[in-house]
Design a binder for this molecule. Structure first.
Ligand code: IPD
Ligand code: CA
Ligand code: CA
Length: 266
């Protein structure tokens, strides 16, 4: 395993321990609201601190972009992108679908990725050019080639600015086009499940880089494609994302491109 991936795994497992311990007594977890329908707990913060401490000890000069504490000021060609707990709403309710997501970006390209599901002790990892793994097993995207047969994951827009109204039309169109649509509630784990072939595709809008950076590398290293709603590659900072095996991806993009909210002329 690449040494940088190894450190990321160590960090993700530490965060997972904190999350698992707290999940044993959810009544004690303090919840705060960032905005309508957007929550953060002390567990998100403690997990993030543990991750940052682990990464900083090994790589003090690297830059960091983390959901709860923001972007570090130092400049470096390496940047760690961290979501300490993806699926906070699920976690708060004891609905066991959430994960830790850590990615390393080198000169603008994601090169290492970890998505860790502490509820099942499932560790998804990828290094650029070396394939994607679930625990010790190599994973590949699914082999279904018709969207009509595909199980597709999504996320519902839950903040005002994210375009719920147009999403409802998209929801109807995609529901008709595929075999089943699911909204599990943790984008990073959804992408990991696409990489593992458990879902054939995924799409969501209103996402942040920490939701998708690690999952994106898992998908491409598992033989899938990832892009924004128009099928272009600048998904990391645009907030719109579509992922899937190449055949399913190609059938999703024409549907999604009609619903892009990114103004390309701007
Ligand atoms: C959220 C989850 C959710 C997705 C949201 C994300 P958080 O992340 O990934 O599935 O629909 O867009 O913000 O806030 O639980 O880390
Ligand atoms: Ca997230
Ligand atoms: Ca989070």
């Amino acid at each position: 395993m690449h040494p940088m991936l190894n450190i990321a795994v160590k960090a993700a497992r530490r965060a997972g321990q904190i999350i698992n311990r707290a999940s044993l007594d959810l009544d004690l977890v303090q919840v705060a609201k960032k905005q309508h329908n957007d929550f953060v707990t002390e567990v998100d913060k403690a997990a993030e601190s543990a991750i940052i401490e682990t990464l900083r000890t090994a790589y003090p000069d690297h830059a960091i972009l983390a959901e709860e504490s923001g972007e570090s000021v130092n400049e470096s060609e390496y940047q760690w992108i961290i979501d300490p707990l993806d699926g906070t709403t699920n976690f708060i309710h004891g609905f066991q679908y959430y994960c830790v997501s850590i990615a390393l970006v080198h000169k603008g390209i994601v090169t290492q990725a970890v998505v860790y599901d502490p509820t099942r002790n499932d560790l998804f990892t990828a290094s650029r050019g070396r394939g994607a793994f679930l625990n010790d097993r190599r994973i590949r995207v699914g082999r279904r080639d018709r969207l009509a047969d595909g199980l597709i994951g999504t996320g519902f827009p839950f903040r005002e600015k994210d375009g719920l109204a147009s999403y409802c039309d998209l929801f109807a169109e995609m529901t008709n086009a595929c075999a089943g649509l699911r909204r599990p509630g943790a984008a990073a784990l959804d992408l990991a499940n696409v990489a593992a072939g458990r879902m054939d595709g995924f799409f969501e809008q209103g996402l942040n880089p920490w939701d998708v950076a690690a999952g994106a590398l898992l998908v491409t290293e598992a033989g899938g494609l990832i892009g924004n709603y128009t099928g272009d590659s600048d998904f990391l900072h645009e907030g719109e994302i579509v992922a899937g095996n190449p055949k399913i991806y190609a059938q999703m993009v024409p549907i999604l491109s009609k619903y892009t909210r990114v103004n390309k002329a701007a």
